[in-house]
Structures are given as C-alpha cells and as structure tokens.
Design a protein around this ligand. Structure first.
Ligand code: GDP
Length: 329
C-alpha cells in the first residue's frame, strides 16, 4: 500500500520535523505513517526522525484504556477527551489492535468513532498501526506516542481491546492504566481476568445511567471489596473504583481527578519516573530480541533449512541441539 508519506516524496526530513514540532497535525500524521512503514528506506528515515525528536519527548501524561468491545471505550474517550480539550489541553488518541489491517478494517479503526473529538482542533486521533505481530504494532504505537509528544500533545490516550496480550503491552507504555467494566456481566462473561484487574490503576464501571445505576453501584462496591484484597502495587496506590456514564457524561470529571491525584502521588514517591525508565529499558530489550529474530529468519533459504531439520528431528535422526548449531553456523 502506498503511504501518505510516499505520496509526497519531496518532503525533507527536516521539513517534516519542523512541521511536526510546530504542532501541525498533517505533518504529525505523515511522520507516523513514516515510522509505521515497512520499506527499508522508510525504516532508515523513520529511525533518524525518532532520534532527532527524542529530546522533545516525555512531557505528556500517558493514559491507557482497556475494556471488552462494547463496554464504551470510544464513547468514554470522546467524553473524557472533550473534557480535557475544553480545559485547553491537547489530547492525542492512539490505539493498539493487533487484528487491525487497513484493508480489512479493524475492531478499533473501522467504525465512525469519536465524532466530536475528531473535529476538535486540540485533538488528534490515529487508529492502530497494522501488522502481524503485537510487538511490532506496539513498537509503532510507542513511537507514534513520542511523535505526538514532540508535536506538543499533553495527554496521550492509548486504547486497546480487551483481548489477547494487548493489555500487558499497553500497560508497559503508559503511566496510568484505566479499566472500563460493565455491571452485571460477571467477570467470566466480560472476559476480564483477575490479572487485568491487578494491572489497573483505576476501575470504572461505565453505563451507570437509567435503570442501570443501581447495579453499577453494586458492582462498584463488589469490585472495591475485591481490590482491597490485592497485594500492594509498586506505585503504592490503592486502586479507586468508580462509576460513570459516558453517554450522560457523568462521573467523567471524577476519573480525571483520580488521574491527577495519581500523578501527584507518584511524582512525589518517585514511581512515575522510575516506571518510565523501566518501561524504556524493557522496550529496548524487546526490540533487541525482535531484531535478532528478524535477522535470523531473513537469512536466505532459512525456511527450507528449518523444514529439512524438522523432518530429521521428528524421526529422531537429528538432535535439536545439533540442528540449532547447524542453523547458526
Ligand atoms: P467500545 O467497543 O468499547 O469502544 O464501545 P462503544 O463506545 O462503541 O460503545 C458501545 C455501545 O454502548 C454504543 O452503542 C454506545 O452508545 C453505548 N454506550 C457507551 N457508553 C455508554 C454509557 O455510558 N451508557 C449507555 N447507556 N450506553 C453507552
């Protein structure tokens, strides 16, 4: 697929950086397309781009949002994002959806979502990068996040669907992780594992409106009790549990107040900075591993050589150790 960036081949990297750092959303979009590109020359330029803006990054608050499809993530982000842009903040919304492919359409990118927010001059919305591996998609999103920061966005929201490993991946790139839930679904029904609840910095029961208010409050109290039994987390933060209605826009401000409290708390106790450092180092090591794998599997004839040895290993004519040695030699 021809990228937006490629359609304007004459743009120089410095012009792209200038446009991006002046906060121009078109340039920001192009820069993200560049770092997502799988073309060899784009990759080189993308690396150069990220390297040149890196000292301009890190100044935003990074918020992850997860919850099963239908819980109301996009409706919530629309209401939450508007609250922030109305307060004069610049908000970027990115998403991670490993199933996404621009041609097939994706869970997160397909619908007409966040209508109002997408028209807001203080907001920037970008659907998930496409790609076959979650690690690759995650890495692109991280770099997109850095580009948004260089473009002056103060709040970055990274949204993910509540499936697979994507929560862990988002958890590893944000300062604050918000889990949206529904009342009355039951944990199993909602596909939410205890592990995900433990990763959260905040649990909010959405759709607390109309006939649903009572059950939402009941669910809130139940989750509060459950959260109480969790071991203390590294942030030394007791996970708040609240209710909200994204359609009626109630309880949205309370979410922001908790996030604000968290930031103050963790900046004071050092966790905020420590967490970021740990995340960056972990990312670094993940990318080394990914690069090693890429290098290995891109060797000529490697697939055939592997296949040959699979047969020998299956029929006990070759040991795994010897087969691996042979491939590396
Ligand atoms: P997502 O798949 O998690 O992004 O969920 P959506 O934001 O697309 O919402 C799924 C459906 O739930 C839509 O029909 C929304 O209008 C509805 N919805 C979202 N938030 C609320 C809410 O707070 N209250 C009610 N009653 N409906 C909501």
């Amino acid at each position: 697929m021809d990228s937006t960036f490629r359609r304007t081949p004459n743009i120089h990297l410095q012009d792209l950086i200038d446009g991006l750092t002046s906060g121009n959303r078109v340039f920001l979009s192009r820069a993200i397309t560049l770092i997502e590109s799988k073309r060899v020359d784009d990759k080189k330029e993308g690396a150069e781009l990220i390297d040149r803006i890196i000292s301009n990054t890190g100044k935003s608050l990074r918020i992850g949002i997860t919850g099963v499809p239908g819980v109301g993530k996009s409706t919530f982000i629309e209401a939450f994002g508007k609250l922030l842009t109305d307060a004069g903040k610049k908000v970027a919304v990115l998403s991670i959806d490993p199933s996404s492919s621009r041609t097939k359409g994706s869970i997160l990118g397909d619908k007409t979502r966040m209508d109002e927010l997408s028209k807001d001059p203080n907001a920037f919305i970008r659907p998930s990068a496409s790609g076959s591996s979650l690690g690759g998609v995650a890495s692109s999103t991280r770099e997109a996040m850095l580009l948004c920061e260089a473009a002056g966005f103060e709040i970055i929201i990274v949204e993910t669907v509540g499936v697979g490993q994507s929560e862990t991946v988002v958890r590893d790139m944000v300062d604050y992780f918000l889990l949206l839930m529904l009342a009355g679904g039951g944990d199993e029904l909602q596909g939410i594992k205890r592990g995900i609840m433990e990763m959260a910095d905040h649990i909010v029961i959405n759709k607390a409106d109309g006939a649903n208010i009572k059950s939402a409050k009941k669910a809130r109290d139940d989750y509060k009790n459950a959260v109480h039994l969790f071991p203390p987390n590294e942030a030394d933060w007791i996970i708040p549990v609240g209710v909200c209605s994204s359609t009626e826009k109630s309880g949205i401000k309370d979410v922001w107040m908790e996030i604000d409290k968290y930031q103050t708390h963790t900046e004071k106790n050092g966790w905020f900075a420590e967490n970021r450092q740990k995340q960056a180092i972990k990312w670094f090591h993940e990318r080394i591993q990914a690069r090693l794998e890429e290098t290995f599997y891109s060797k000529p004839n490697i697939k055939i050589e592997i296949q040959k040895r699979e047969e020998l290993i299956s029929s006990q004519k070759l040991s795994v150790r010897k087969a691996v040695d042979e491939l590396f030699n």
